[in-house]
Write a protein that binds this ligand. Sequence first.
Ligand code: ZN
Length: 161
Amino acid sequence: MMTTLPESSREVMEEMQGETAEEVRAEPPPPPLLNIDLAWYDRTHRSLAALLVSRLCGQAGRHAGDHRPDGIGEPLIEGLLADIERCCSVRPGFVTPRTPVLEAVFRAILANGNRPLPMPEVRRRLMGWLALHEASPVISEDRLVRLVESDNFYGIRAVRP
Ligand SMILES: [Zn+2]
């Protein structure tokens, strides 16, 4: 048996419909933020320091040992990242058209000091580096997302904010 809703209830129903329509029009979700997951290197017993040292330019490479605490062991990650951000990543050979795309994503994150970097900004940096070499291949954000999801070498983490 149907009951007639009072006037006040109908008003509430109309408001709820309005909210639903609002959700449909909502903005797409924010892009993922990328950085290197340091804990992943601990879990997999891999050395991020070794990877970073091999990405230094010649000049920074000669001084990598300065980042060793007390002059022994592996150089500290923080010091290596600072070198890459300040020095090596602004040199023209840091990313070239011959750099594999996932390696270039890794280097874009390093160039940002491993602070979380939105995917569109990663792509913008890649295109900027390639433009220095007068190359402009089509690299879509979707392709970058798929590559990052397939990564089991760099420990790249994509976090949805
Ligand atoms: Zn350098």
